[in-house]
Write a protein that binds this ligand. Structure first.
Ligand code: F6R
Length: 629
């Protein structure tokens, strides 16, 4: 949610900032801007809309600056207009600031600063920051502090309430760039005689793999000589950068039209990587250890009585599948809560409870706050209530990793398309592994049954490959039929009910078509009233406990003239009779089917949106990493 970048070195700053913003555009794309320092002045250029508009505006303008900051915005306070675009400056236009986050007490600060003569030009919360720094600088100059700019920023950030990451430049201190992190992500990149900062590492990897992820309450002072890190009290901290070991290829489209399509195709590899990481490839019912190795300490499993999961959006859907697995395989009561609801209505504390946060970005504000709240209230109670926190994410370098005791890395790598695809299937793999591990340890399944499940799990990557091979062209054709459709219903039951929710979410977020997911059996309790020949129904009908039931529910929809699309097993004669269109997947046991049944629904959403000519990777009003509440 908003991306910020900063550069200080000896190359042309504007080109580096623009390239960095391009890699962060998934975080917000309402407007963009850069501020660079040269000739004793700040040169600030901003444009409403996508980054391309800013790029067009900078085209042909000579800009020799070697220091600067940039921003791509997802609007919170103030409309997405140019005057609200970042960077924002103080009255004298000597200080420029970009922010990702929200300053909660900005109204009071703004009134205070206005009363002191500061002139405001935007509706944003961010604009108070440059004015506040300017106000502190006035006093500090008189005191002749060693690093006045840094000290003014330090004092200013101590006045701010909220979650924010900042990058700041000052025309009076042209050899410094200051970066601040407080509950919004910020990483520093180390080059030779040049240093970078960015909201996320994709903006850094083409320059350097040596990266320091700032922690909450830290301020970094970047000069051409190096990086100094301080806390908000002004104490210098010793920090060691890490070497990133992921491949920059992940942030390139590699010939695909959209990142979303590329990421759909990455799923066999991602599922394989998750299984290779945690599933013992030799395991049989005769083995004497768990089939799963999650590298969690023994005390993690001790006394476990309940699980609660907090997540948002697609990660919440993966968690619903997780609940099903944990309850059905490991016999452990599990609740799934929207993180945003949990924050203000947490369930009563239960002893010996594991709390799991599931998030692809590792930065979702609601999920992090829910986990933080849970950690605090359990720490206060102590004893049998003490916190036990587990994170499931593909971003092991994210803020989540600082908050939880243990992580399961889903091995999906970074995802750029705003609509989550490969991170969803990777989260499902993590839940399969956790549930199987717990089932083994709690002895809730026979070893033979575990062997059956493990054997089928190993087949999944090849089965996903076979869906990808045969289905895309067909779904692309099918999409033609539905580009003008206004409402869709998705139905599923049992373990495939969350997949109906996910199919509906994928479609609405990228195609802007209204879509709802329902448990198939609930249709007749109300939603069936919506059906007529204009409302297609997509049903997930996989053989198992609820197969016949879902087929009957689909028939009920057909009797109301709805067009029926079925996600069904290949060569299923019964299904062929019921549905108008089939999206077949390989025959698989129901328990494992969600990893396969979601793939045709991702294709369907993608091709309908692409056919409607929409920007699939950057749908309106959305952002990849939701770092505000
Ligand atoms: C949907 C989507 C969102 C995210 C949600 C949570 O395609 O991407 O619904 O799933 O914003 O994000 P994370 O998983 O980063 O916490």
């Amino acid at each position: 949610m908003c991306g910020i970048v900063g550069y200080i070195g000896n190359q042309t700053a504007s080109a580096i900032l623009l390239a960095g913003l391009r890699k962060l555009e998934y975080r917000g794309y309402d407007s963009a801007g850069i501020a660079t320092l040269w000739d004793d002045e700040i040169h600030c250029v901003r444009a409403k809309g996508k980054l391309q508009n800013l790029q067009d505006r900078l085209e042909g303008v000579e800009n020799p600056a070697q220091v600067g900051i940039g921003h791509t915005r997802w609007a919170t306070h103030g409309k997405p207009e140019e005057y609200n675009a970042h960077p924002h400056m103080d009255t004298a236009r000597r200080i420029a600031v970009v922010q990702n986050g929200i300053i909660e007490n900005y109204r009071d600060l703004r009134e205070d600063l206005k009363a002191k003569g500061h002139e405001f030009r935007s509706d944003t919360d961010t604009e108070v920051i440059p004015h506040l720094i300017a106000e502190y600088l006035k006093a500090i100059r008189a005191e002749e502090h060693l690093t006045p700019f840094l000290e003014a920023v330090r004092r200013a950030v101590n006045d701010l309430r909220g979650a924010f990451a900042l990058a700041i430049v000052n025309a009076d201190y042209p050899d410094e760039l200051i970066a601040v992190k407080q509950q919004a992500p910020l990483a520093i990149g180390f080059g030779k005689g040049e240093f970078f900062c960015a909201s996320d590492t994709p903006a850094l990897v083409s320059h350097t793999r040596t990266v320091l992820t700032l922690e909450n309450g830290e301020i970094a002072r970047l000069t051409r000589l190096g990086v100094e890190v301080y806390n908000f009290a002004g104490d210098r901290l010793r920090k060691t950068p890490q070497t990133l070991n992921w491949n920059p290829i992940l942030v390139e489209k590699q010939g695909f039209k959209h990142f979303m399509l590329k990421e759909i195709y990455e799923q066999p590899g991602v599922v394989r990587a998750g299984l290779e990481a945690y599933l013992d490839s030799e395991w049989t019912a005769q083995s004497l250890t768990s089939p799963i190795h999650l590298s969690l300490p023994e005390e993690f499993y001790a006394d476990l009585e309940q699980i609660q999961i907090v997540a948002c959006g697609t990660s919440w859907h993966a968690s619903l599948v997780g609940k099903y697995l944990l309850e059905q395989l490991a016999d452990i009561p599990t609740q799934v809560q929207y993180a945003s609801e949990f924050r203000y209505g947490a369930s009563p504390l239960t002893p010996h409870t594991l709390t799991i946060g599931v998030t692809q970005s590792g930065e979702t504000a609601d999920t992090l706050s829910a986990l933080d709240m849970e950690k605090r209230r359990r720490t206060e109670m102590g004893g049998k209530f003490q916190p036990k926190l587990l994170g499931i994410t593909n971003r092991t370098d994210s803020t989540l990793s600082h908050l939880v005791d243990h992580l399961i890395n889903t091995h999906a790598g970074i995802e750029i398309g705003v609509a989550a695809t490969k991170t969803f299937t990777a989260q499902l793999v993590a839940f399969y592994c956790l549930a199987i591990d717990l089932a083994y340890r709690r002895k809730t399944l026979s070893l033979d049954r575990l062997e059956e499940i493990v054997t089928e799990l190993r087949l999944l990557p090849a089965q996903i490959e076979s869906i990808l091979e045969v289905q895309e062209r067909y779904v692309e054709q099918l999409a033609h039929e539905f580009t003008e459709t206004q409402d869709f219903i998705f139905i599923g039951r049992g373990i495939n009910f969350p997949i109906a929710l996910e199919g509906a979410l994928k479609l609405k977020e990228i195609s802007y078509i209204h879509a709802e997911g329902y448990p198939a059996g609930e249709m007749k309790h109300g939603p069936i009233a919506l059906l007529d020949e204009k409302v297609p129904v997509v049903a997930i009908a996989m053989p198992g406990m609820v197969y016949e039931k879902v087929l009957s529910n689909a028939q009920e929809a057909k009797a109301r003239d709805a067009k029926l699309i079925g996600v069904t097993p290949m060569n299923d004669a019964e299904a062929a009779e019921v549905f108008d269109h089939l999206l077949p997947v390989p025959a698989v046991e129901e328990l494992l089917s969600p990893i396969l049944t979601v793939i045709p629904l991702q294709f369907l959403a993608y091709h309908i949106a692409a056919r409607r000519g929409l920007d699939v990777d950057q749908p309106r009003n959305l952002a990849k990493s939701v770092t505000v509440e």
